[in-house]
Design a protein around this ligand. Structure first.
Ligand code: G6P
Length: 487
């Protein structure tokens, strides 16, 4: 319901977006009462900007609901947000999401090894986690098939759903299926170390179009297919007995207008005023990250400490606000990281704090949209220093909110904003500390020049454009494949 345009307006392609996590997470307030909260993460923030399609999201709402009245009520509440839930029970979540996705694939795709003591344990539990992963992917496919109509585009997202293209094509060979990875795809030498390396590649290759954020990730995927599966890599993609899976790069963006417009809102203006008053006389440095190993939060904070150590005159004139959004809190590695970060922040604040001020405000929370926009707008220097990231969108969001301030971006993964940012090696604390000094001392002309470059990029490479390009390429790929079969 709600799919047809009642006003008979222009045709909009039906798009089923399938991702592990829905853009909203559900919180139970009563037997049949649910409240919905915004989820965090790059994928959600990008896809919110996609408006060209008659789109529905299919995914997990982040809760375990086993009773029928609860499931029904949640399905109804989500329908208003154009979302369709996949109900995963606790055991599946434990094995598929915490286990295979977040403890195996996520670290592997970001080149982070498992700690030695976990490695053997993981090897033992691998088979059951992999089975749960396949089962969960089939559960997503079942929900897709309930809602699918001929001609729909089905767009599968991320490392959680690498089996989904295969499950969907088993259901209907003619279904238009795209798969997009929001993380890096590692070198084939890393992918090789995965027990299920071949099954995963084959399952993804069932898609018509496979997309990555960068050309390098696409290249890594193609070479994994040629080296591990022995298939043929072509400039177009991967060929298996005459069937082509198109592989290409589609760099993501944000809905920049949403941020620019938000700056005019009364709430945001008030927040900006409050923040300016609170930090009068100090330069504001900002980090916004999920509290994840790949985000390089401890390294960033240590670099800030080094800067304070070497630049005593800045100690009372600068503050670092680090928003660390809690994430995957049931996974032990994430719990360890939380205590590690708290320990470092406590030590530095003890060392450089005064009775009236501390150098680091570290918050374990997510901010709502008006708070976040205000914070971006008052920031002088943003520190986006992930150790490795698919495509970091915090840098884009910051730039979109900076048109009056023209703050400086310190960035570790060049990807697309390279020329406007100060680029750093996030592993090198000395280099990041120097970059902080350079950013704080940068002249207004230089800031203006760099900001112009970034702003132009962020406002022209948007999430809308990204999604349209992917979907139209997927439509074309399917048409071309049909022509080839006819020939
Ligand atoms: C990254 C992933 C997303 C994921 C997000 C948040 O951005 O690419 O697929 O949704 O992190 O992580 P979570 O595990 O909470 O969904």
């Amino acid at each position: 319901e709600g799919w047809e345009r009642p006003d008979g307006g222009p045709f909009r392609q039906r798009l089923l977006v399938v991702a592990n996590r829905l853009p909203v997470s559900a919180v139970r307030r009563g037997e049949e009462t649910w409240s919905l909260e915004m989820s965090s993460g790059g994928l959600v923030s990008a896809l919110l900007g996609v408006k060209e399609f008659e789109a529905r999201w299919i995914g997990w709402a982040g809760v375990n609901v086993t009773d029928e009245p609860g499931q029904k009520a949640l399905t109804k509440a989500l329908a208003e947000k154009r979302c369709i839930p996949v109900f995963l029970d606790e055991e599946i979540v434990h094995q598929y999401y915490n286990g295979y996705c977040n403890n195996i694939l996520w670290p592997l795709f970001h080149y982070l090894g498992l700690p030695q003591e976990d490695r053997l344990a993981t090897t033992r539990s691998f088979q059951s986690q992999f089975a749960a992963y396949q089962k969960a992917n089939q559960m997503f496919a079942d929900v897709v098939s309930e809602h699918y109509e001929e001609g729909d585009v089905v767009w599968c997202h991320d490392y959680h759903l690498m089996f989904l293209p295969e499950c969907l094509k088993r259901y209907d060979r003619k279904m238009k299926v795209g798969w997009f990875l929001h993380t890096p795809f590692p070198s084939s030498e890393i992918h090789r170390t995965l027990p299920s390396r071949s099954e995963l590649l084959r399952a993804v290759l069932a898609a018509d179009l496979v997309g990555f954020h960068t050309y390098d990730y696409a290249r890594h995927f193609v070479s994994a297919c040629t080296r591990i599966l022995g298939l043929e890599g072509t400039p177009e993609g991967v060929e298996d007995q005459g069937r082509l899976t198109r592989v290409a790069a589609f760099p993501i963006g944000i809905d920049s207008d949403r941020f620019i417009r938000a700056l005019e809102l009364h709430d945001v203006q008030n927040n900006i005023k409050d923040l300016k008053e609170r930090f009068t006389g100090r330069k504001v440095m900002l980090g916004v990250d999920r509290l994840d190993m790949i985000k390089g939060i401890p390294q960033k904070i240590l670099a800030f400490e080094k800067f304070l150590e070497e630049n005593a005159h800045w100690r009372e004139k600068v503050v670092l606000l680090q928003i660390a959004v809690p994430t995957r809190t049931d996974v032990p590695e994430y719990q360890k990281l939380t205590s590690q970060v708290h320990e470092i922040v406590g030590r530095i604040n003890g060392r450089f704090g005064t009775l009236t001020a501390v150098p680091i405000h570290h918050l374990d929370c997510s901010l709502n949209f008006p708070q976040l926009c205000a914070l971006y707008a008052v920031t002088d220097v943003a520190l986006v220093t992930s150790l490795r990231d698919g495509m970091n969108l915090v840098s884009y969001e910051f730039v979109a909110c900076q048109d009056s301030k023209r703050g400086v971006l310190i960035l570790s993964a060049a990807q697309s904003l390279g020329a406007g940012a100060i680029l750093v090696n996030p592993w090198n604390i000395t280099e990041v500390a120097l970059a902080i000094g350079q950013a704080l001392n940068m002249t207004a002309e230089e800031r203006e020049k760099r900001h112009r470059h970034n702003f132009l990029h962020v406002t022209t490479h948007t999430a809308q454009e990204w999604a349209e390009t992917f979907v139209s390429e997927l439509n074309d790929t399917v048409v071309e494949a049909q022509q080839r079969i006819r020939e």
